[in-house]
Ligand binder design. Structure first.
Ligand code: G3H
Ligand code: 13P
Ligand code: ZN
Length: 324
């Protein structure tokens, strides 16, 4: 059993409490490799933002869970080095955990937080599973995120074509009976780069969020699927030979509004993928003789860092809050 506190990580509780009071949201960025992790840490140190490092099932398959955990441990030390010795608040979180066994294994390996995503299960089964994870996790002061409602789009192998919005009348019962520390809700965001049909309104249901907030005041809410799919990145990708027609994301102003409310954690992954892809395509197009991976992964890392700095400062509002 590795205790996350021994390796310098923190759980999400305190950071979310501060975010709630301060009217901002903590960035939850996914990582699968060294360049993504470097970009996240550099951006968050430079903008003085707390951060949640997320590991998905796909990341575990791609990079190996043990390696990712040790990379997060390295990231704690790396952040300290960059910030002149001041430890940045960093949580290591399992994204979309689908079973008790997986959550338990992450906790034993040093994760400071886990998500148990029972959102595709019937309500009572979701409660039972989430409660079991909470009981285990809380023994070790590990925080737990649950989910109610189903996001449209693709989550690992699970695909859902329609949103099942979170029902505000269920949230009080769910949070009380499970004991989760944070609740992910479905209000019209979705995973991936194709969130809205072209020509349709790009709005999320902030009215449902307000209703949820009324029912569980002060409770930490999480938004998944919160990439904005910047049109300049799509254009750049397409100009350099990509084919990403009709990719549309969540407008940044709407996320900013959500971050000012009870939304304390915002998950962003796809925008980072777009920033890296655009930078790599540019190098491949402009310097076709280049074959040193550092020459294209380096610019991709720099582009990712700039994107995350922008998110922290202008979208989530977490910049400047690392040491509140
Ligand atoms: O929720 C989805 C995240 O973007 C992670 O994606 O499962 O392809 O790693 P992934
Ligand atoms: P995006 O696909 O919108 O970046 O969402 C990521 C996410 O929710 C990770 O859990
Ligand atoms: Zn998600």
């Amino acid at each position: 059993m590795i205790k996350y506190k021994d390796i310098g990580l923190v759980n999400m509780r305190e950071m979310m409490e501060k975010a709630m009071k301060g009217g901002y949201a903590i960035p939850a960025y996914n990582f699968n490799n060294m360049e993504q992790l470097q970009a996240i840490i550099q951006a968050c140190v430079e903008t003085e933002s707390p951060v949640i490092l997320q590991v998905s099932a796909g990341a575990r398959k791609y990079a190996n869970q043990t390696l990712l955990r040790y990379m997060a441990q390295g990231a704690v030390e790396y952040a300290k080095e960059l910030s002149g010795g001041r430890p940045l608040p960093i949580a290591l979180h399992l994204d979309h955990g689908d079973s008790f066994e997986l959550c338990k294994s992450c906790i034993e390996m040093g994760f400071s937080s886990v998500m148990i995503d029972g959102s595709h299960k019937p309500y009572e089964e979701n409660i039972e599973l989430s409660k079991k994870v909470v009981e285990y996790a809380h023994e070790f002061d590990v925080t737990v995120e649950g989910e109610l409602g189903v996001l449209a789009g693709v989550e690992d192998e699970v695909k859902s074509d329609v949103h099942v919005y979170t029902q505000p009348e269920e949230v009080e019962d769910f949070t009380k009976r499970t004991g989760v520390d944070a609740l992910a809700i479905a209000i019209g965001t979705s995973h991936g780069a194709y969130k809205f049909k072209p020509g349709t309104e790009t709005k999320i249901r902030l009215d449902i969020l307000a209703e949820i907030e009324k029912r569980i005041p002060g409770f930490s809410i999480v938004l998944h699927g919160s990439s904005s799919v910047p049109s300049e990145l799509i254009e750049k990708i397409n100009n350099y030979g990509g084919q990403m027609k009709d990719a549309v994301g969540i407008p940044e102003e709407q996320l900013r509004l959500a971050a000012k409310s009870a939304v304390c954690k915002i998950n962003i992954d796809s925008d980072g993928r777009l920033a890296m892809t655009a930078a790599i395509r540019e190098v491949f197009n402009e310097k076709p003789s280049e074959f040193d991976p550092r020459k294209y992964l380096g610019p991709a890392r720099d582009a990712l860092k700039e994107l995350y700095k922008h998110k922290n400062v202008n979208v989530l509002g977490s910049a400047g809050h690392a040491w509140d």
